[in-house]
Design a protein around this ligand. Structure first.
Ligand SMILES: Cc1ncc(COP(=O)(O)O)c(C=O)c1O
Length: 449
């Protein structure tokens, strides 16, 4: 490894960072994270904050899970790679598929298609939805519905159903036939509705209206996150996903629950759909499936969809897949990670520590006027929306957001910025004392605004 001077000198010089401006990253060099242990990361200058981001909503088991590390290492020596394209497989992939279907059995999921991450999973699920309807003799069902504020990755399909225009406009035109409904976001919505249950009803009515307008026979699937993550941690009313499920059933539309963040315990339940008492037709998964230790994602499907493919003629062939689908090392990571996730019962800690974080941030909102909206209380996902004027709900400017971020970091917690929101998704193994560190660091951060 080169020395620290080299790293500082070359930082962002040759590496373009995702979701960043290459020139800006050169002018304001990114933090160099050199190591991590437990729920703390250590940067090149020796800061070791609690990682309230969990890497990127993914390091659910923290950074020191030796069981997962050992499984990855062992598999590298046993079989570092072999293709899983039709005709060959590997033992770890078979074992991982069994573990995944066991994990999702209560959601009604019985099959898995592995990918390399969340964006792959979303694109695959959208393709499978279209193919499902073709196989059933309804090839006109090609359109997709989704929610504004939703984030579904950055492949063309995922970006097309994405509900934040900053991920869309630069790359338009996107996929035709994608339509967006209002987000269940009580703080700001086109109905001026602050009651979550009433807002859910209004969005349900808008959905019916859109489906009737498009004609149900043209719509393949509706995709949603059970709790919108990157869009600002938008927690819908408990009735919302049930309304969406009922409407999908009424019109023969497949429901895809994008569980890339909400899967594997983050909401305080093993899946976001289970948290709301809904069974989707497909789920997209990634992140917590390996705690971020190896890039793996997947689409999980229930019998209703799976059997249509399995009983079809040659047209049931799946014409998509990735070199690293069912990668043996990734699969070994999945097996170990799921077993550790269940052993540690991370969902329960997420529920309890999530409540502590939520209550703590609500107290901070009494102290600081710049806190416009506090969203969380369902596991370890938190969004804090900052405003420069509480009455007018004026979004906080970028310079102040950066100042808050840096002061919070220096006081002991890494948080994430999403426009004028502070987003948090710490490891699910976090302790009470470590949540207190996040809260006191935020306090210092807001004081510096
Ligand atoms: C809900 C959701 N879907 C899809 C994705 C895309 O996943 P990836 O970044 O692994 O491609 C993300 C990433 O944050 C996500 O939050």
């Amino acid at each position: 490894m080169k020395d620290d001077n080299f790293l500082r000198e070359m930082n962002a010089r040759h590496l373009w960072h995702p979701m960043g401006h290459p020139g800006e990253q050169q002018a304001n060099a990114p933090k160099i994270i050199k190591s991590a242990a437990g729920v703390r990361i250590t940067d090149i200058d020796g800061h070791d904050p609690v990682d309230a981001v969990g890497g990127l909503w993914c390091v659910n088991l923290g950074y020191s899970n030796d069981v997962v590390k050992q499984a990855i290492s062992d598999q590298l020596w046993q079989l570092p790679y072999y293709s899983a394209f039709a005709g060959s497989t590997n033992p770890a992939a078979i074992e991982a598929s069994y573990a995944v279907q066991e994990f999702f059995a209560e959601d009604g999921m019985t099959r898995v298609f592995f990918t390399s991450g969340g964006s792959d999973s979303v694109d695959t699920a959208l393709r499978m939805a279209r193919q499902y309807h073709r196989l059933r003799g309804e090839p006109t069902r090609t359109k997709f519905l989704s929610l504004k504020k939703g984030y579904h990755g950055t492949h063309w399909g995922g970006a097309s159903v994405n509900g934040n225009n900053r991920f869309r406009i630069t790359y338009e035109p996107l996929l035709p036939g994608c339509f967006h409904l209002p987000s269940p976001y009580t703080y700001r919505n086109p109905f001026g509705e602050t009651n979550g249950a009433l807002l859910a009803q209004k969005i349900a009515a808008a959905m019916v209206d859109e489906i009737e307008f498009q004609d149900p026979s043209t719509i393949a699937a509706f995709i949603m996150e059970p709790i919108q993550g990157a869009g600002g941690v938008i927690v819908p009313d408990a009735s919302f996903m049930k309304h969406m499920r009922e409407i999908c059933d009424r019109y023969g539309i497949l429901m895809i629950s994008d569980e890339v963040i909400t899967g594997f315990g983050r909401t305080g339940d093993w899946t976001g759909a289970r948290h709301w008492g809904v069974q989707p037709d497909m789920m997209t998964i990634a992140k917590g499936i390996t705690s971020g230790y190896f890039p793996v994602g997947g689409v999980v499907l229930g019998d209703k969809v799976a059997e249509v493919f399995e009983k079809a003629g040659p047209e049931g062939n799946i014409w998509t897949g990735y070199t690293y689908s069912a990668h043996p090392v990734g699969a070994a990571a999945v097996v170990a990670c799921l077993s550790e996730t269940l052993r540690l019962d991370t969902k329960n800690n997420a529920a309890v520590r999530g409540a502590q974080l939520y209550e703590g941030v609500k107290k901070l909102a009494e102290k600081y006027d710049i806190i416009g909206d506090v969203r969380g209380g369902h596991g370890l996902m938190m969004g804090i929306e900052l405003v420069s004027d509480r009455e007018k709900k004026t979004p906080m400017d970028a310079a102040t957001m950066k100042r808050v971020h840096q002061a919070t970091y220096e006081a002991g917690a890494m948080v994430r910025l999403g426009a004028h929101n502070i987003l948090m998704s710490p490891p699910l193994v976090i302790s009470e004392a470590e949540i207190d560190v996040i809260l006191s660091s935020l306090d210092a951060g807001f004081a510096a605004a």
